[in-house]
Design a protein around this ligand. Structure first.
Ligand SMILES: Cc1cc2nc3c(=O)[nH]c(=O)nc-3n(C[C@H](O)[C@H](O)[C@H](O)COP(=O)(O)O)c2cc1C
Length: 172
């Protein structure tokens, strides 16, 4: 089966996962917006990769714009976030708020931990993160502001497994 990865992030965590995944599955990993229309039409499945900023998925607009095409494909989505993967409800909520019910119903979702290097953020993002963290605290939640890097190739095993099963089913 033919597949493609379409991803959007800001500081490299999503890109890193997309590149690893592309190498493992031997499929192209393309930044959202750089794909040719034919790239999407010709594939059986699409893996969407996105990070989240103050509750908004980076890929949200692209998914909205390509909804009709996406509804004709088998879909996988990986979400890269600062929220720990153990906080499934919160992570699922990000997807529920940003992705339509039709797309969600045909999409297998996976959660991957991201990375943050505060000094490398743009000034608007530094300010946004401070504000977001302050607002989250008021809601009794937590947005981490200290540096972390949990990006790891091994964490892709679940999504690789799921795509592998799809390929196996197609051969049988
Ligand atoms: C301004 C800002 C806002 C963020 N907002 C959230 C958020 O709402 N929820 C969350 O789980 N992580 C949040 N994060 C963490 C990012 O999702 C995380 O750093 C991720 O690895 C970024 O991936 P990227 O470099 O591919 O964009 C935020 C980070 C920044 C800098």
């Amino acid at each position: 089966m033919k597949g493609i990865i379409i991803y959007k992030g800001k500081y490299g965590a999503t890109r890193q996962y997309a590149i690893w995944l592309g190498n493992i599955l031997n499929i192209p990993a393309v930044v959202a917006g750089s794909e040719a229309k034919g790239d999407l039409e010709s594939v059986d499945y699409i893996i969407l990769g996105t990070s989240v900023y103050i509750g908004k998925l980076q890929l949200r607009q692209w998914v909205e714009q390509h909804q009709d095409l996406l509804l004709r494909k088998r879909l996988f989505l990986f979400l890269v976030a600062g929220t720990p993967v153990s906080e499934k409800e919160k992570l699922q909520e990000y997807i529920a708020v940003n992705v339509s019910a039709e797309i969600r119903s045909r999409c297998s979702c996976f959660f991957l931990p991201g990375k943050l290097v505060f000094n490398k953020l743009s000034l608007p993002d530094k300010i946004l993160l401070r504000m977001g963290s302050w607002l989250a605290k008021k809601r009794g939640e937590n947005i981490v502001m200290t540096d972390y890097n949990h990006v790891s190739r091994e964490l892709l095993f679940e999504i690789v497994d799921a795509v592998g099963k799809l390929n196996e089913a197609a051969i049988k």
